[in-house]
Design a protein around this ligand. Sequence first.
Ligand code: SF4
Ligand code: SF4
Length: 272
Amino acid sequence: MKAKEVYVLLSDLCNFKCEHCLNSSGPQSQRWRLSEPEIQKICSDINADPQVQQIHFSGGEPSLHLDWLKLFKKNLREDVTWAMTSNGWFGSRLPSFFEGLRFDKISLSFDSYHLPYISAEKLTETALKLKDMKIEVDILFTFEGPKDLLLTKAFKDAGIPVQFCQIVESGRHDKEVHQGKSLQTGCPSLPQESRALEKINYIPGKGYTYCCGPLAFDSHREDSFLYTGELKNMGETPLYKELTSEAFLANYQNSDQSICHFCVNYLSKAPQ
Ligand code: SF4
Ligand code: SF4
């Protein structure tokens, strides 16, 4: 299976410091930052792989790296669609912030953990401005329970679609919030229906990976699941083979662990 969408994490720098952040991003973080040679490599890999239809920028807060976004614009083939997940902090600088860029879709992340930094009303204003700029916009909401539905009211009233996602047990969330309570029902990187791995993440200084959680950010075996070769040949990686194996699925179905904890434990016993 080849990737249809490449998620590029630009850095772990963020102007928020949410308690549940899956890769522990924040204002002082400097553990990983994309370099110019990496930008050139990602563009050249995508340009050489016609199956990739979308690039999706993430972080940290990707809009803190305007110069890098412009470099992608200069080097990437024109028929790739552009998406970004952002906390929406750039709202007051719209529309000039996007001059010279070409975003087709923006997912504004929000949930109870973002509340110390931004309100649902402020984010709704930003979403409406993006819509006026003909950018497709939705709210990416990390859902924990029914009380969260109240927080989505402002978006729904304004006709902004809300996409729910689950907590990923990784980074600050696993250490400070989760503390052993299982919330996950499925791998966030792996659609349960198709078991297809069509989404690939690029982690600065590390490489490509199928995992958007602990194998990418926390595991002592993360190097086994990173790939630095050409994107179009990535279907041969050990992580792809393990995650799509019948044995992985059968063992998970008999496990009482959440999927990420099961996955890390299972793969740490698999041959390297
Ligand atoms: S969850 Fe998003 S907005 Fe919050 S610290 Fe992490 S990257 Fe920043
Ligand atoms: S640790 Fe495994 S189950 Fe969790 S996101 Fe990564 S690949 Fe998916």
